[in-house]
Design a protein around this ligand. Structure first.
Ligand code: PDD
Length: 284
């Protein structure tokens, strides 16, 4: 069954959807994106994703081709048109087509594309065992706070992790963990303190991260937002990642060594349960 995708105001079967070869998203990775989870046909943490999209576009000076109401309407329609119960909505906005030149075009016509990906987000078998990560140098550009489609290095890191029989990579810069290839990285100390990197241009400002930190604080879990070292991660009682596609996912091995007792930790499990309960209740 073909998906119905959204391209520049049109709803089309995926095989008929087309973007110009001159699109700057294609030629220069001059584009931003968002991934929003859908559970029970409803959007999870939508307001956060819409706000970050606006910020990413603003940082690059790309004018949004749709306003806030249209954006929500397109998200709702794509769920309905594809009968999406559980999965992800991928959205991309590029600066649009222009003759190839490093300078930005004078009168850009941004390209907007959305498609759905059905996926069992809740019933992920990895939740029971946790995932394994290997550490790799962070070789991405320095504006990781903008959610651009420059995903070659994260892709390479993921491939290298899989080559090493791991599930994902944690990226390291100057001895400190930045984040995972496509998720934020967190640890819990033996004293039960949640440590997570603070919001700078070194990491993407995760929407799931923000919600989980709110819930942690509300539940009395002490939270420290600061960079942590690889050594601290190795010594941690628990570790986990957060993202729209994994919610809260335990990390139980780092570079082949168990984290804590090698099983998903209690703080991680509580935060996952409370994230799911709270965000499902707030889904739109
Ligand atoms: N990735 N850090 C990076 C580098 C990411 O790519 C992502 C999300 C996150 C988590 O952000 P959020 O909680 O807002 O999803 C952190 C998406 C899911 C992706 O590329 O598929």
């Amino acid at each position: 069954m073909q998906r119905i995708v959204y391209v520049n105001g049109e709803w089309l079967p995926e095989s008929e959807a087309k973007v110009s070869v001159f699109d700057r998203g294609f030629l220069f990775a001059d584009a931003v994106y968002e991934v929003t989870a859908v559970i029970g046909g409803k959007l999870i943490d939508y307001a956060g994703h819409a706000a970050r999209l606006k910020r990413s576009l603003g940082e690059l000076g790309i004018a949004s081709p749709v306003d806030a109401d249209q954006l929500l309407d397109i998200h709702r329609q794509i769920v309905a048109r594809n009968n999406l119960g559980e999965g992800l909505i991928y959205l991309q906005i590029s600066r649009g087509p222009a003759d190839r030149d490093f300078t930005f075009p004078k009168n850009p016509a941004p390209t907007i594309v959305l498609f759905t990906q059905p996926k069992a987000v809740l019933a992920n078998p990895k939740v029971e065992t946790g995932i394994s990560v290997v550490t790799l140098p962070d070789q991405r550009w320095a504006r990781r706070d903008i959610k651009t489609v420059q995903l070659l290095y994260p892709s390479m890191a993921k491939m290298e992790a899989m080559r090493q029989n791991a599930d994902d990579a944690w990226l390291v810069e100057d001895g400190f963990i930045t984040e995972a290839s496509s998720a934020n990285a967190h640890i819990v100390t033996a004293e039960g303190k949640l440590i997570t990197r603070s919001l700078t241009s070194a990491i993407l400002h995760g929407i799931t991260r923000a919600s989980v930190l709110d819930l942690a604080r509300g539940a009395g879990v002490p939270v420290e937002e600061r960079a942590f070292t690889l050594e601290e991660a190795r010594q941690a009682a628990e570790a986990f990642i957060t993202s729209a596609s994994s919610f809260v996912m335990p990390v139980t091995r780092i570079d082949g060594e168990p984290v804590g007792n090698g099983k998903p930790g209690p703080v991680t499990q509580r935060l996952r349960a409370s994230y799911i309960e709270n965000r499902l209740a707030g889904a739109i």
